[in-house]
Design a protein around this ligand. Structure first.
Ligand code: ADP
Length: 256
């Protein structure tokens, strides 16, 4: 058990949804990867977006209204978890739902209690699936995206690595969706101050983070002596190669 490596895997809304509903085959591929990682001495905590989109497929409320988004999250979260449960069951694995609010991380005791629960789930071979409790969170307290929530989860629940599975396959020297000559950065050791303040660039209406929140997360984790790996959530080849074979082909490793 001492050889277990704890990783947090965060999957963004762009990856887990498609045309407004849950991307079932991508979800299955992700669950299969997690099942495989668990046979390779990894403890895996999953952070999944998709609750609002899952809710929207059941009841199309106008999502530009905050209360509607909260309602959609309430409708969609159990629906999302049911889908995960069915997929994990194919690999004889149990999963579980952990809803956190941002303020959990402000209080040492809250963090300790939450960590005890997470540790217990992992000891019992259960996959914790974490999401922000969007229905009760007060807006200013909300992280606004799961990138920063994931970084907090990785740090406070003592994971050595955060894996962010995105619609982009790596961090580039400029936005690859705008510039054809953008070059992938394989390893990043430090992040410049101005990169942390750049405008948010969410790629679609479901995404809220963009690259900036990913850089902020990487910066936070590197300062805490942890690592972050950014790779494609559409093709899990790079993350699988990195985690299982120990070979870094695609993706970006943030490591101080
Ligand atoms: P997700 O929802 O998958 O977590 P986002 O869509 O919010 O991710 O953020 C990733 C997007 O950030 C990319 O699709 C890309 O257009 C944009 N982006 C801007 N600058 C960069 C950069 N330097 N490297 C990679 N992606 C970038």
């Amino acid at each position: 058990m001492g050889l277990m490596k704890r990783v947090v895997i965060k999957v963004g809304s762009h990856v887990i949804t498609e045309n407004g509903s849950i991307a079932k085959s991508r979800m299955l591929a992700l669950v299969q990867l997690i099942a495989e990682l668990k046979t390779h001495h990894y403890e895996v905590i999953l952070i999944s977006s998709g609750a609002v989109s899952a809710g929207y497929t059941q009841l199309p409320l106008n999502r530009s209204v905050v209360a509607n988004k909260q309602a959609l999250a309430a409708i969609g979260q159990p629906y999302l978890l049911k889908m995960y449960q069915e997929k994990f069951a194919r690999f004889n694995l149990l999963c579980s739902q952990v809803l956190l609010s941002a303020d959990v991380f402000k209080f040492k005791e809250h963090v300790e209690h939450a960590k005890n629960a997470i540790d217990t789930l992992l000891e019992n071979n259960v996959v914790p699936i974490i999401n922000e409790n969007d229905t009760v969170s007060i807006e200013e307290l909300v992280f606004g995206d799961n990138d920063r929530l994931s970084a907090h989860v990785a740090h406070y629940f003592d994971a050595s690595l955060l894996v962010i599975l995105s619609d982009i396959d790596a961090f580039y020297d400029k936005d690859p969706n705008k510039y054809d000559d953008a070059k992938r950065r394989a390893v990043v050791h430090t992040i410049e101050e101005d990169e942390l303040k750049a405008e948010h660039t969410p790629n679609n209406e479901f995404a809220t983070g963009g690259i900036v929140t990913k850089l902020q997360s990487a910066d936070f984790l590197m300062r805490e002596g942890r690592e972050m790996f950014l790779a494609s959530g559409f093709d899990l080849g790079d993350v699988s190669t990195f985690l299982i074979d120990g070979t870094h082909k695609g993706g970006t490793l943030f490591k101080a």
